[in-house]
Design a protein around this ligand. Structure first.
Ligand SMILES: [Zn+2]
Ligand SMILES: [Zn+2]
Length: 246
């Protein structure tokens, strides 16, 4: 199965990265809708789109306002946005307040159920993360294929969410900071390199891809890849428009 990393940073775009958005183009599934969401139009292969929001911070939801141009380029019969009821209310009341964005694109806002069916016979389950205001992690399973998306959280190998992602083929996990900024990670509810690699190791995942990289970080080795690989060798730093098979 194919996953495209449309956007791999958080907070704000950089010269090389847009904010959080992953796309399964063949299933019509989007995970978060940050500034990279505009890139989905040229890649979607379905007539319906299911968007799952980890939370409603702007770097994860502002792309919902871009759906007008998405559907202009790639017509969609149906768009469903799934998140917690609290996040959906925030999007509806604030992001789509008339003074902010007066033309709300056609979309259904649906509170997450414990298990959500996915196109192609898959299922999505979710679990709470450790972030100011809360965030939700996602696990997606199809027969023979599995992945998890964990962003906007403090990482710890002893965190409850490790059990929820156990054994997935592909773990896409945020890593905003390198270890030298561990204090900032704890302070802001984000992750740094060593605990993220420990999570991947403890959960026994197939491979780890790092996203939500600090937009101010150096472009060549933003988080200390050697540190991560010493703990979990199958680690890659995600880049915008990287395509992953799992
Ligand atoms: Zn974020
Ligand atoms: Zn956030």
């Amino acid at each position: 199965m194919k996953l495209i990393l449309l956007g791999t940073t958080g907070y704000h775009p950089s010269n090389t990265r847009h904010t959080a958005c992953l796309l399964l183009p063949e299933q019509g599934v989007m995970l978060d809708a940050g500034t990279a969401a505009f890139r989905a139009a040229a890649r979607l292969q379905t007539s319906e789109l299911d968007i799952f929001l980890s939370h409603a911070h702007l770097d994860h939801c502002i792309g919902l306002t871009y759906l007008l141009s998405t559907t202009h380029v790639h017509p969609l019969n149906r768009v469903r946005v799934h998140s917690t009821a609290e996040n959906l209310a925030a999007v509806n009341e604030h992001l789509f307040a008339p003074a902010m964005f007066p033309k709300k694109p056609d979309m259904e806002l649906l509170p997450l159920r414990p298990v959500e069916p996915l196109p192609g016979g898959g299922r999505l389950t979710h679990f709470p993360l450790l972030h100011q205001g809360g965030s939700t992690g996602f696990r997606l399973d199809w027969p023979g294929h599995s992945m998890a998306y964990v962003t906007d959280t403090t990482a710890s190998p002893t965190a409850d969410y490790v059990a929820a992602i156990r054994g997935v083929d592909l773990l896409v996990h945020e890593c905003y900071f390198g270890d030298e900024q561990a204090r900032w990670a704890d302070h802001t509810g984000h992750s740094h390199t060593t605990p993220v690699a420990q999570v991947a190791s403890r959960a026994g995942v197939g491979r780890l891809v790092l996203v939500h990289i600090n937009p101010l970080a150096a472009e060549t080795d933003p988080i200390g890849l050697d540190v991560a690989r010493a703990i979990f060798p199958e680690t890659t730093i995600g880049e915008d428009l990287m395509e992953l098979e799992f």
